[in-house]
Design a protein around this ligand. Structure first.
Ligand SMILES: [Zn+2]
Length: 95
């Protein structure tokens, strides 16, 4: 069983040269829950353990305590949650 599997794998797959993905120098941008643009920046300060999320388009922003293993995507998720929980009480329609 195991021999068969490994043999199949060795025959079927040739090693391909892995293309290195160049890391972008620009920070990753996320979709804004308010204005719908891809202009939200999420950052985590390791020194202060604070997460800051800001939309550069509509200036929607939030900062909160970050957990130890928090990554920007997590901060963004909290930001979106906060927006929807707050936004439902405030004005939802802007003319
Ligand atoms: Zn926005």
């Amino acid at each position: 069983m195991i021999e068969n599997l490994s043999g199949e794998c060795g025959m079927g797959r040739r090693r391909k040269q892995v293309v290195k993905i160049v890391r972008r120098t620009l920070p990753e941008l996320y979709l804004c829950p308010r204005c719908g643009k891809n202009t939200v920046k999420a950052g985590i300060s390791k020194s202060t353990s604070k997460a800051t999320v800001i939309c550069s388009s509509c200036n929607l922003r939030s900062s909160f305590d970050a957990t130890r293993n928090m990554v920007p995507v997590d901060a963004y998720c909290v930001f979106v949650d906060q927006h929807y929980s707050q936004g439902s009480q405030e004005e939802t329609e802007v003319a």
